[in-house]
Write a protein that binds this ligand. Structure first.
Ligand SMILES: Cc1cc2nc3c(=O)[nH]c(=O)nc-3n(C[C@H](O)[C@H](O)[C@H](O)COP(=O)(O)OP(=O)(O)OC[C@H]3O[C@@H](n4cnc5c(N)ncnc54)[C@H](O)[C@@H]3O)c2cc1C
Ligand code: SF4
Ligand code: SF4
Ligand code: SF4
Length: 392
């Protein structure tokens, strides 16, 4: 029976929950706002399926991609709404054109992040763009399995641990399944995100931002200032109530400073393309260095094609792509985000009722002043800097 004794060894994929024949595993939130499985012992059949299905108990190997390309979606509007080059939308559209279903992360009506499936092209819009909060996969693994068993195409997109969890749950390769993951720095706490939104909502109600209606719009990677100096934008039915750049916004600063990532992210077991995904997407932050002619500061994807299926799903799509003749691996490809020694202090401040903005300001950098701005930009560049480049 599943029992979490080491929080660095559970990524909340929900494979165990969906595999349990007795339906006796549920997810419960811990004091840091992360979900973990809890089994009801009185209903447990002691079959051991949950432990056998967990991706932490299966073998994984680092892989070398077949090809690495730099790519942008030729539809400028889609690229603007996407985090990097808008490549996810292209492969999602292609799947739906073939009569398939796409699974990806969306913002729910209460602004929490969860996975959902769509077989309608209009449904892709909600999946576009990175959401910097851990997404709840809910029952999407079993939904995907049902569709796969009917022989219909499925594209499942998520973090590397979610793809590893799905594969563990499915237990066999389906020719009609394509998986897409991202180069992943880490997933922030859903509970802390809820608290952050309630702080913004209170500020709205106290008239600081104007208007009283509920938050109904969040964009984590708004490109109004371009791709590099992106904004977190939050709005309600009256319009935008907060728009702050990555160097100003408390949520993004706390995320990029690793203050509230899931413990499993600091010991991530799914690095080096070991999730088994067919295609891996990331931001091509170092494009200026390698392909300055292609950089228009609107976002370019660095795409790792890991299998023939990955190659097939991208072929014939409306993108401008260029193969990179050498291997380029930003640091999150192989290295987990280090533990921030102030992480415990952050959660202590939360338990004492401090606001997230206050805690982030205290534990990272002051929000004003050129010196602090430069320091944060250096920190961001360090996270995304190219650590390993080898000649092919
Ligand atoms: C939590 C997180 C951390 C990331 N860390 C890095 C990094 O360190 N370095 C880097 O280069 N790139 C990182 N990315 C990926 C990058 O920001 C882009 O998402 C990626 O380049 C794809 O961009 P796109 O323009 O092709 O498509 P987009 O439209 O931007 O991509 C959307 C896709 O991302 C998925 N997605 C969005 N949010 C989540 C989520 N919370 N959980 C699971 N899946 C999600 C959606 O399902 C959809 O498939 C991260 C993304 C996330 C969500
Ligand atoms: S041992 Fe079997 S019945 Fe018990 S929780 Fe695990 S999967 Fe469910
Ligand atoms: S990693 Fe997934 S399968 Fe393993 S215990 Fe956590 S939720 Fe269950
Ligand atoms: S860093 Fe690793 S454990 Fe954390 S969300 Fe990404 S893939 Fe999952």
């Amino acid at each position: 029976m599943i029992k979490i004794t080491d929080k660095t060894r559970c990524c909340a994929c929900r494979a165990c929950v969906q595999a349990c024949p007795a339906g006796c595993i549920s997810m419960a939130e811990d004091s840091e706002g992360f979900l973990y499985p809890v089994a009801d012992e009185s209903k447990c059949l002691e079959c051991g399926l949950c432990d056998r299905t967990c991706p932490y108990n299966s073998d994984r190997k680092e892989r070398k991609p077949l090809k690495i390309i730099s790519a942008i979606n030729n539809n400028r509007e889609t690229r603007t709404q996407s985090s990097s080059g808008g490549i996810f939308s292209l492969i999602a559209e292609k799947t739906i054109e073939k009569g398939g279903t796409v699974f990806g992360a969306i913002l729910d009506s209460d602004m929490s992040i969860a996975h959902a499936g769509t077989s309608d092209k209009n449904g892709i819009a909600a999946m576009k763009g990175s959401k910097y909060v851990q997404s709840d996969t809910k029952n999407t693994f079993s939904m995907a399995k049902e569709i796969l068993e009917k022989g219909e195409p499925v594209l499942y997109s998520g973090t590397p641990c979610q793809i590893a969890g799905l594969k563990s749950y499915l237990k066999k390769d389906y020719p009609n399944l394509t998986t897409c993951d991202i180069i992943c720095h880490g997933a922030p706490s859903p509970g802390i995100w809820r608290k952050y939104l309630s702080e913004i909502q209170s500020a709205v109600e106290n008239g600081l931002h104007g208007g009283e209606s509920k938050i109904s719009h969040v964009e984590f990677r708004n490109k109004d200032n371009g791709w590099r100096l992106y904004n977190l934008s939050i709005g309600n039915e009256h319009g935008c109530i907060l728009k702050e750049t990555v160097t100003e916004n408390a949520w993004l600063k706390g995320f990029l400073s690793d203050l509230y990532l899931r413990p499993s992210c600091h010991e991530c077991m799914f690095k080096g393309f070991s999730s088994g995904s067919d295609i891996t997407l990331s931001d091509f932050w170092s494009i200026k260095k390698y392909m300055p002619g292609m950089d228009d500061n609107m976002g370019t994807s660095l795409v790792y094609i890991n299998s023939k299926k990955g190659e097939e799903i991208l072929s014939g799509t409306d993108c401008t792509a260029s193969e990179i003749g050498f291997l380029i691996y930003p640091s999150p490809v192989f290295e987990p985000s280090p533990w921030n020694r102030k992480r415990d202090m952050f959660f202590k401040m939360m338990s004492e009722g401090k606001s997230i903005t206050e805690a982030v300001q205290k534990l990272t950098y002051a929000s004003d002043g050129q010196r602090h701005r430069k320091k944060l930009i250096r920190k961001i560049l360090r996270i995304f800097k190219t650590k390993r480049t080898y000649k092919a």
